[in-house]
Write a new protein. Sequence first.
Length: 408
Amino acid sequence: MSANFHTERQSITTEPDVTIVGGGIVGLATAFFLSRLGIRPLVIERLPTPASLTSRRSGEGVRAQWGLRHNIEIARASIAFYAAFGARIAIPERDAGYRPVGYLYASRSEDGARRLKARFDMQVAAGLDDLEYLDPSEVRDRFALLSETVTGAVFRAGDGVVVVSDIVAGYLAAMNADIMLGAEVGRIAREGNDFSIETSRGTISSASVILADGARLPAMLQSLGIVLPLRLARSSILHVKADGIPFDHPATIDVDLGSFWRPDAGGARMTASFRNTLFLDRFTDDPAPDPDYLAHAIATVSPLVPRWADIAPSIADSHARHGSFAVSGDGAPLIGPIDAMPGLYVNGAYGGHGIMMSPEGSRRLADMVAGNDASTPNPFHPSRFAAGNLPAPEPMTVNTNEASKETR
Ligand SMILES: Cc1cc2nc3c(=O)[nH]c(=O)nc-3n(C[C@H](O)[C@H](O)[C@H](O)COP(=O)(O)OP(=O)(O)OC[C@H]3O[C@@H](n4cnc5c(N)ncnc54)[C@H](O)[C@@H]3O)c2cc1C
């Protein structure tokens, strides 16, 4: 069984029970999990290729190091899914490109080390029981590239990286779904018991609609009269070709400067400052590049890993990828029904974490759509923001509450 692609409205011969707007990694994961439950959805994607927008530009990092229990749980389950990808999609020869290089959060200041230790205690209390706190000598013994000035670090070995194109190929091979490409969804309206979905290739009628339209989610919800605390943000990641970077080095975060890098084939990917994930005032798929990004990135990764300063003069090849995404009031995704409009669901606003959280988020959403919803409370329910309520923001995300800014 694999995805059935369409480019004409006429070739969709039966009206789908469930239609997914958006064929990024979130829409495809949702289609995969629905088809596992015996529901054959229709995915509508405006671009000619699936998952070719924000999902394609991601850093492909996956980590379970979060501050709140529900975010730890959704990320940890998603990483476990990627680790066993072939078995989970029932195509054993496929994998998600998962490399558990680990995520290492480190500081060079006494205050930073204290804050890392306090966060470590909080994370362990929230259920992250496979985390290690490392004092300076332990850090240096295990990770020789780190500066002698390191004061403390937190490490989780099971965090790491994946390959989005492999995941997308796996979902497409394993799902029983229709995918209409090059069709943009415009107006969605309730008509009797169904939704009428206008697309650039004709109108579709469907009992249920799932919005998985990435950065276009806030505007789509607004057009339906649904108000939720959502904003658009942008992020950048620099791909650097460089010798001398161990391929199995952990993804490394300088919590003092807010920089991030992780090893990649032939070099690394880096973010100069994850705290500069910026809110956008106007919609764009293609945020403007930052000038001098390479120099800024090197300046912010070198204090913790001095080898980057040594390598910098020989870097001849680098390019940055920039993308936009929706972030919610508490920095956690929206996964669940819109109560005011029965049959309408949201799977989005994953912010900078849609690769690392969408398998479990989509599995849960598929269960809800199929009516298998357990009675356990859903911490990602869009109604958590009802009546101006703002749940405690996840301390390790960017969220619309500007007070807390930390990501990746
Ligand atoms: C620079 C950068 C680095 C990142 N690094 C990481 C990382 O390391 N780890 C991580 O987990 N996440 C990371 N992210 C975030 C991650 O990429 C996103 O959370 C994820 O890709 C969101 O997936 P999506 O399917 O919701 O969005 P998208 O991939 O954008 O897919 C949405 C799809 O919906 C389609 N669509 C929208 N509107 C319509 C419409 N009206 N009709 C039809 N189709 C429509 C779009 O064309 C698009 O294909 C990063 C993001 C950026 C920009």
